[in-house]
Design a protein around this ligand. Structure first.
Ligand code: AMP
Ligand code: MG
Length: 340
């Protein structure tokens, strides 16, 4: 097909100034799609009360219809517009962690169209810790439903460049800002069960939640193995670079030995191996925090793809703090997990 016959919608690149935010808000009010920065990853937003606009999100991302979105708020008063029967424990968590990377699953209010939560009777809600996101929600005068602003299956976008790479021509606008500080998505915590359940580990740690509640929580996939996935999004392969990714677990010395052996073998075949941990740290001698690993994980997966590697090798990290989320994403991105 000749290029001129392909109808491409142009995507506006906007700043964070007042005029830009008010242009972006107009798009949201009119039922359009705007990608915006948050502290976790870039989100792809539409009015949470406009079912047709929300449907466009699924289409632009190529997202399966049964994978619900998260509603983003700019103040606590908006909570009652989207959720009902909020338990006391949820308010304690809100007090401690909002604005921040904690999404609470609560009963869905009647105002919210079913498509936002893929037909579930619950809804995930959070308040992002990013001024541009809060400004956009405020100026739009509606809560904004938003999943991550990537094509479904790809690593989540932590830079506006990743959003353009994935969604240019498919959405109305992108608000340009710095790279996301946390770099990994929010923790999704189900508050509708008797005991709260972490459906997806993320930016707020299990330890932090337990300390605030004064009691322990469950983690889906660790303490709870249901017949099917409890959080619909968790059943899909996710965060995947183009190249196959092998996750290597076990003692550090043995991991290193296996990595060296695979490297030598692949190079012998004329193939390129990308070492994820090395590309993140750049200086392998440097002992980096797991927070740094989290903040650079997705962008490093994209970088390795751009380098055209044939195989990516990743090493396990700690499962405390945000490490639980890093390991969750690595397991989801991996084509194989090897224990040495
Ligand atoms: P994303 O914003 O792209 O990271 O996707 C939102 C995540 O939140 C998905 O993994 C969903 O499965 C999860 N989620 C959203 N709403 C609900 C809900 N009502 N119940 C369980 N999980 C949810
Ligand atoms: Mg996502």
């Amino acid at each position: 097909m000749s290029r001129s016959l392909v109808k491409v919608k142009s995507t506006l690149l906007l700043g964070k100034d007042r005029l830009s935010i008010s242009r972006a808000a107009k798009i949201i009010k009119k039922g359009g799609l705007v990608a915006f920065p948050t502290e976790t990853v870039y989100g792809l937003g539409a009015s949470a009360f406009n079912a047709d606009a929300v449907k466009k999100i699924y289409k632009a991302k190529g997202r399966p219809q049964d994978n619900p979105l998260i509603i983003h708020l700019c103040d606590r008063a908006q909570l009652d517009e989207v959720a009902t029967d909020v338990p006391q424990a949820a308010y304690r968590l809100i007090e401690k962690f909002w604005p921040g990377p904690l999404s609470l699953v609560l009963p869905r209010a009647a105002n919210v169209p079913a498509v936002v939560s893929a037909g579930l009777s619950t809804v995930a809600v959070r308040m992002p810790d990013h001024q541009a996101a809060l400004d956009l929600i405020k100026a739009s005068a509606v809560p904004i439903a938003a999943p991550s602003a990537n094509r479904s299956g790809k690593p989540s976008p932590t830079s506006f460049r990743h959003v353009i790479e994935d969604l240019s021509g498919r959405i109305d606008a992108v608000i340009k800002s710095k790279d996301c500080i946390v770099g990994i998505e929010s923790t999704v915590l189900d508050m509708t069960a008797i005991r709260p359940v972490i459906l997806r580990p993320g930016g707020v740690s299990r330890e932090g939640i337990e300390m605030t509640l004064g009691s322990s929580v469950l983690v889906a996939g660790l303490e709870i193995s249901s017949g099917g996935p409890i959080s619909p999004g968790m059943k899909y392969r996710h965060y995947s670079p183009r190249a196959p990714l092998i996750l290597i677990t076990g003692p550090a010395k043995r991991r290193q030995r296996l990595i060296n052996a695979i490297n030598v073998y692949y190079q012998g075949q004329g193939l390129k191996v990308g070492l994820l941990n090395q590309i993140i740290t750049e200086d392998p001698a440097k002992n980096l925090s797991v927070e740094y690993l989290a903040a650079h994980l997705f962008q490093s997966l994209r970088r390795l793809d751009h380098q055209g590697v044939d195989l990516i090798l990743a090493e396990e990290t700690v499962t405390t703090g945000i490490g639980l989320a890093v390991m969750n994403r690595l397991r989801k991105a991996a084509t194989r997990v090897l224990r040495v």
